[in-house]
Design a binder for this molecule. Structure first.
Ligand SMILES: C[C@H](N[C@H](C(=O)O)[C@@H]1CCCN1C(=O)[C@@H](N)CC(=O)O)C(=O)N1CCC[C@H]1C(=O)O
Ligand SMILES: [Zn+2]
Length: 597
């Protein structure tokens, strides 16, 4: 009696299984290269013509993934090795590409592409004749101006030019994205994204890390608020304790290190900002990337290949074309072609971004021999942490002195506190921002936040977690989440910001592990692993895995433990937190709800 045998007999022949995987990897590589090349051409020249080619290639890629996922269900995973089982799982887990209704799939891809184009071509008119883009113009004003009203005009202007323009597209994207992933059995897009972390307790783990780190943020927030009150006058600061969102040196108030000159605890001591020295030494965008590459090579890591130097875009093109300036790293899926696109300005911020992007490229290079399904970060936070881990060494006064960008290294405790402050304004300031963006998106995808509440809930989270508030009343026509790149440029696979929140925690775990490996014994914030190939080997041993093992395995190879742990970050900043507690006394914290106008 054949009762009980499934209608489809599963293929369990091991040669047939290997043939399927070989065929998948060969074809996926070719089709993914085609798509990446078209997407690159569009991102570096935003014309309708290039958009149409990209959308056409995207559809072909989606249909290839659907076909491969469907065929993969015909194979008996119970006879497979763990690695092959894992490959088949990933081949079937195709996200929004699962949408078999071609009209809906094309609409979804078009919306994503249009939102990114709106963001990347948005301009703000500073007067009747001068309309300028985010990069470099508005970014520079937000970083350097101390004119309250000008900052407000630019901040509001940017939101009007970007977020507002895509307000009606986002609900349609949410609906189409949820519908697609539901075909794979996910309740909503947020559930699909969280599945990339493979740990069922990911949401609780991230909340636990956030609560552990909140006191550090509260101390930094209190100190910065007091300093900014002195600069802008306390009239602009409500009794609720919130800081106006537009005076923190950054369009999204996500990193505050542009304010280091005003916020440095000991102004007579160095602030360790190397921008002026870079300009004095005639640094170019190319030299920034060459400097980054030489650090990676000093660890024994893989050098940037010829295609990288020949085909990357390191500066905004001068020929007036529209491009996506937001920096990014590209894997062309052929094991040879890897590029960075960055509208580099010669300053310390872009120097660090170059290292961030090169960290992605190094990961691409290290796992290039893995099957395509495994060419990804152990989890998305790992991919974001590589370059920043390196930067924790590069930014030390010791290293900046070693490469001639500082005339002297730290000579006393006050300079040490100044250095820790400059790092905290980047790393601690970011934590609530990275955390809240995906709190908002997870609630939007779950339907807990409906389109009529998108902006109100966005600000409720910003007020609650970041302790900042919108300096001008928001209306229901506003869509401020769209003013932040990752919301419109919603990469089908990752780009959700909790990967940065995770990264900002684990990069200190990685830094500690590499410093231990290098035999470094001093305080963590002064460790520089430059030229240490032993540390480099530990890092590359983890990077080579790609996504071939669950991320706790990769974490154990790097750090000796399997869990994310905020302790190294807290140890790194301990001297500063002690300083801030003394400085702040009881004047800390803010009301959870936004202040009323
Ligand atoms: C400047 C940086 N650009 C991203 C990044 O490099 O992560 C770009 C855009 C989104 C994904 N992406 C990639 O390059 C991916 N291809 C990476 C990968 O392949 O995994 C960025 O957005 N950052 C840096 C720190 C905080 C955050 C921000 O600026 O808010
Ligand atoms: Zn990144």
């Amino acid at each position: 009696v054949l009762a009980g045998v499934s209608s489809q007999v599963l293929i369990n022949d091991s040669q047939a299984i290997q043939d399927f995987l070989l065929d998948y990897n060969t074809r996926a590589g070719l089709i993914a290269y085609d798509l990446t090349e078209a997407t690159w051409n569009f991102n570096t020249n935003l014309t309708d013509y290039n958009q149409n080619i990209t959308l056409d290639k995207q559809l072909k890629w989606d249909q290839f993934l659907q076909e491969a996922a469907s065929n993969a269900t015909g194979y008996d995973t119970s006879v497979m090795s763990e690695a092959d089982k894992r490959q088949f799982h990933i081949i079937k887990d195709i996200g929004i590409s699962a949408q078999t209704n071609e009209t809906k799939l094309k609409r979804l891809n078009k919306i994503l592409s249009d939102m990114e184009s709106i963001y990347s071509t948005a301009k703000v008119c500073l007067n009747s004749t001068n309309c300028v883009p985010l990069d470099p113009d508005l970014t520079k004003i937000m970083a350097e101006s101390r004119d309250y009203q000008l900052l407000l005009d630019v901040w509001k202007g940017w939101s009007d030019a970007s977020g507002r323009k895509m307000k009606d597209l986002y609900p349609e994207y949410v609906e189409l994205s949820n519908e697609a992933v539901q075909l794979l059995g996910y309740t909503d897009t947020g559930a699909y994204w969280r599945s990339k972390y493979e740990t069922p307790t990911f949401e609780e783990d991230v909340l636990g890390l956030y609560n552990q780190l909140r006191p550090l943020y509260e101390q930094l927030h209190a100190y910065v608020r007091r300093k900014l009150k002195a600069i802008y006058g306390s009239d602009n600061f409500p009794a609720s304790g919130h800081i106006p969102a537009h005076i923190l040196g950054n369009m999204w108030a996500q990193e505050w290190d542009n304010l280091i000159k005003e916020l440095s605890p000991y102004p007579k001591k160095p602030t360790f900002d190397v921008t002026d020295e870079m300009i004095r030494q005639n640094y170019t965008a190319l030299k920034i990337f060459q400097t980054a590459d030489s650090f990676f090579q000093s660890l024994g890591l893989i050098p940037m290949p010829p295609e990288f130097w020949n085909k990357s875009v390191f500066e905004r093109p001068a020929d007036g074309r529209e491009i996506v300036c937001h920096a990014s790293a590209w894997d062309f899926n052929n094991g040879k072609d890897f590029r960075i696109k960055q509208c580099t300005v010669v300053n310390s911020k872009d120097f660090n971004t170059a290292h961030h992007e090169m960290g992605h490229i190094e990961y691409f290079l290290q796992y290039a021999n893995q099957p395509i399904a495994f060419r990804d970060g152990a989890n998305p936070g790992f991919h974001e942490a590589v370059g920043d881990t390196i930067s924790l060494s590069v930014n030390t006064p010791e290293h900046m002195y070693a490469i001639g960008l500082l005339k002297e290294s730290i000579e006393d405790k006050k300079s040490d506190i100044n250095y820790l402050m400059s790092m905290a304004l980047e790393k601690i300031a970011f934590l609530p921002f990275g955390y809240l963006i995906d709190q908002w998106r997870w609630k939007v995808f779950r339907g807990d936040i409906t389109p009529d509440k998108y902006n109100e809930e966005w600000w409720n989270l910003r007020c609650r977690y970041q302790g900042i508030f919108p300096p001008v009343a928001r209306s229901s026509d506003d869509f401020d989440p769209g003013a932040k790149y990752h919301i419109p440029a919603n990469y089908p696979y990752i780009s959700f910001l909790s990967s940065y929140f995770v990264s900002f925690v684990i990069q200190f775990q990685f830094h500690k592990a590499l410093c231990d490996e290098a035999g470094y014994k001093g305080p963590l914030h002064r460790c520089d692993i430059y030229n240490n190939t032993k540390a480099g080997k530990k890092l590359s041993d983890m990077l080579q895995l790609g996504r071939s093992q669950p991320w706790p395995v990769a974490m154990k190879i790097m750090t000796g433990q399997t869990k994310m742990d905020a302790q190294p970050l807290m140890d790194y900043f301990k001297p500063l937190i002690n300083f801030l507690k003394k400085e702040n006394g009881e004047d800390i914290g803010w009301q959870p709800n936004c202040p009323s106008y």
